[in-house]
Write a protein that binds this ligand. Structure first.
Ligand SMILES: Cc1cc2nc3c(=O)[nH]c(=O)nc-3n(C[C@H](O)[C@H](O)[C@H](O)COP(=O)(O)OP(=O)(O)OC[C@H]3O[C@@H](n4cnc5c(N)ncnc54)[C@H](O)[C@@H]3O)c2cc1C
Length: 453
């Protein structure tokens, strides 16, 4: 079934006003599409959006050593477009801090992993960090006070790496899209999509096209083209044939004093691939975010969907607390790097969901059986840094002009998910070195933080 004609007057519906949904709305509006509606159960920034965060890592290298690999080619293409936006687009540039980054490991395996997989274009572009003293010297005196036991790292001082104020850039994309005429319907029930709507005029279930989406208030939003960009929750709205694994990570904040916030300014990102990472405190509330690193948590339940009864499935849920074991990992990271902060109370924490594809490559393609449905999902833990540019790739996919190799890498590819190993750590380390299950965390196994608004 060919996709319906696309003109600037076509009705376009985007499900999800998160990182990719807002980027897509912005790019489509800039291309002149006049009838774009975005649905989300929460006002922007949604408290469950992965992109609603005080900071995210941004990285890019001009050189791609592996141009022959379609996934590497495609990721390089989106990252290049993103970096152009971070540096030049007034919607995003104010929120980008090109402060450099440090990438590290602390065991022979993780150090080897960093050397083989994380240094772009080559090791010689980095300053090698061999001792605690080397690490401490990367930041003003008094920031890094730890012993860095076993750590070895590589410091990228030049451009191409740093961090972005994630929430502010997300809101900026939303505001610009709205200024250009995009309609946002947010809040529950009017913005909460409960199902896609299929064309009832066709009796064959497999070739029924999608003609829009239904929201929790019962409204049917009809559209000529529907774009599913609901992050990890996309998996609840369509059978992705195991291509998406909703997986959560954990983040925690501690509060810094105004003087500490001044000292902790313009820092490179410090990232140990098996322990966690931090960036400078946010400028408004002086909160320092720490993410502990691990292969992620799923929430395994038996599938409630009557179409595949009893199958094992990870179902996202929202929680502004983290498991106590994650708090311990956060404190362990602080002990290694900044022991003077290691016992400070947490003032905020949450679990944060994303969706992993089997190869951690994005999924941006029309659905083969529902040609008016375009999927923009599977951000696989590295989709935030793409916000300035990813909507342009979604727009290209809609218009049928996506670069051939990128299109191949981002294609609908259920063949890669047959007999999927749900426990695959996908190149991530630490914690117990396996994907964990929220079902194993008892009700007393969570933090009990009262966030002071
Ligand atoms: C702890 C953590 C740290 C990370 N760090 C980084 C990093 O440093 N750098 C990086 O590049 N990436 C990072 N990521 C990954 C990145 O945040 C995600 O890949 C990216 O934000 C995903 O964007 P998205 O638009 O797919 O999803 P989201 O930003 O989560 O947006 C999904 C939207 O869909 C909406 N939605 C949900 N259900 C419905 C529904 N039924 N109807 C309508 N709308 C719905 C939600 O409210 C939300 O607004 C991190 C992720 C986590 C969890």
């Amino acid at each position: 079934m060919p996709p319906p004609n696309l003109t600037h007057d076509s009705s376009l519906l985007i499900i999800g006003a998160g990182t990719w949904g807002c980027s897509t709305a912005l790019h489509l509006a800039r291309r002149g599409y006049k009838h774009i509606t975005v649905l989300d159960p929460y006002p922007v920034p949604s408290p469950i959006a992965a992109g609603n965060d005080i900071n995210k890592i941004v990285e890019y290298s001009d050189n791609n050593n592996n141009q022959d690999d379609p996934i590497s080619f495609a990721f390089h293409a989106t990252s290049k477009a993103a970096m152009h936006g971070w540096r030049n687009d007034p919607v995003f540039a104010p929120y980008f801090h090109e402060t450099g980054s440090i990438i590290a490991g602390h065991t022979p395996d993780t150090i080897q992993y960093v050397r083989e997989h994380e240094l772009f274009p080559s090791e010689s572009d980095y300053v090698k960090l061999e001792s605690a003293r080397d690490f401490r010297a990367t930041m003003p005196e008094g920031v890094l006070t730890g012993e860095f036991p076993g750590w070895k790292g590589w410091w990228r001082k030049d451009g191409g790496a740093g961090w972005a104020h994630a929430r502010k850039a997300l809101v900026s994309a939303f505001e610009e899209a709205r200024r250009l005429g995009v309609t946002f319907i947010t809040g529950t029930p009017s913005g909460e999509v409960v199902s896609l709507v299929y064309d009832d005029n066709n009796d064959d279930d497999n070739s029924k096209d999608v003609i829009g989406a239904k929201t929790a208030d019962g409204t049917i939003h009809r559209a000529e083209h529907t774009i599913l960009a609901a992050g990890a929750s996309s998996d609840l709205l369509l059978n992705f044939k195991k291509q998406l694994r909703p997986t959560a990570w954990t983040l925690a904040h501690i509060r810094m004093t105004p003087d500490e916030a001044k000292l902790y300014k313009n820092l490179p990102v410090l990232f140990n691939v098996a322990k966690g990472f931090f960036m400078e405190p946010d400028e408004d509330r002086h909160e320092l975010k720490i993410c502990d690193e691990h292969p992620g948590y799923c929430n395994w339940v038996r599938d409630p969907d009557p179409d595949h009864p009893g199958q094992k499935r990870s179902i996202p849920f929202s929680k502004h607390q983290i498991p106590l074991e994650a708090e311990s990992r956060v404190r362990d990271f602080l002990h290694d790097t900044m022991p003077h902060l290691a016992d400070r109370p947490l003032v905020f924490a949450r679990i944060c969901w994303d969706a992993d594809t089997p190869d951690r490559c994005f999924l941006i393609d029309r659905h083969p059986e529902h040609p008016s449905l375009l999927l923009a999902a599977g951000a696989s833990g590295h989709g935030y840094m793409q916000i300035p540019g990813i909507g342009g790739f979604v727009a290209d996919a809609l218009e049928g002009t996506l670069h051939r190799t990128v299109r191949y890498a981002f294609r609908w590819r259920p063949e890669t998910a047959v007999d999927r190993d749900w426990g695959d750590t996908q190149g991530r380390f630490d914690g117990p070195n396996r994907v964990m299950d929220f079902q194993d965390i008892g009700k007393d196994g969570w933090t009990a933080i009262r966030y002071d608004e």
